[in-house]
Design a protein around this ligand. Sequence first.
Ligand code: GYE
Length: 330
Amino acid sequence: MLKKISAMVVAALAAATLAGCGSDSGGSGGSGSGGGGDDSIVMGFSQVGAESGWRTANTKSVQDSAKKSGITLRFSDAQQKQENQIKAIRSFVQQKVDVIAFSPVVESGWDTVLKEAKDAKIPVILTDRAVDSKDTTLYKTFLGSDFIEEGKKAGQWLVDEYKDATDPVNIVELQGTTGSAPANDRKAGFAEVIGADSKFKIIASQTGDFTRAKGKEVMEAFLKSNPDIDVLYAHNDDMGLGAIEAIEGAGKVPGKDIKIITVDAVKDGMQALADGKINFIVECSPLLGPQLMDLAQKVLKGENVPARVVTEETTFDQEQAKAALPSREY
Ligand code: GYE
């Protein structure tokens, strides 16, 4: 009897194992030779770095959406250095990835390496930041925000806020990474709008590299050399948050003694806005992953994609920040 039962158990186990094997090999056969192996897209992605809350959210968005779309992501962090990005792109070309996506740390100096990718017939998608290459056939599309528009929105808030003022308005500016598209364009858009009225004066403007630490350090120097600062325009939340520490350290009240405008609208920035330490934030969405994966799939299928895909964005004042914070994704 015992023998009979154990024989039955062995038989049942064997059947289960076989069934397991069968469905396993069937499964991987189906997606292995059919899709999971040869057919699955390999994307080489060269990220700028990890300089800000925006960047962290952007990296997560790209990684999560690659997984969701079944795209194999080879991710490389350039630590804000163009030479590292060039190396990463060359290595993606050598690895013969299907598609390269990257967020160029600065605008210039990409033609040679992009030509290498083109010669290897590997399509390139620009994400987040643009390049200034004259030859636009070097990449398939550019997905990201309109940074000039963001700068204009920041400037327009200031113009409205000071519409009745007659005295000069002294502004200090914390620029993003030197040579980067968002630094160039956020500066230009802002200058264009405030330039219409000569009472607005940018009395100091320097890079804070998009980081909190550098934002604090540069703001400390601004405060030392300029006793009379009315407004800080920071090209991202992180530099603004660093600057808040410097302002408080100098015994001034951020949001009151010095009005603050930033860009991004990441959670920490939105919290400072809701707390009254920042006055206005122009949103810049880092959630580019889903659109990036979609564009990559289309490009590889040979479908036409628009040369430019612009992200939709809004702005927040203090009350709007309080309302938006509980459901803020990043
Ligand atoms: O605003 C900043 C980040 O390129 C839009 O880079 C991005 C910018 C973003 O470091 O926080």
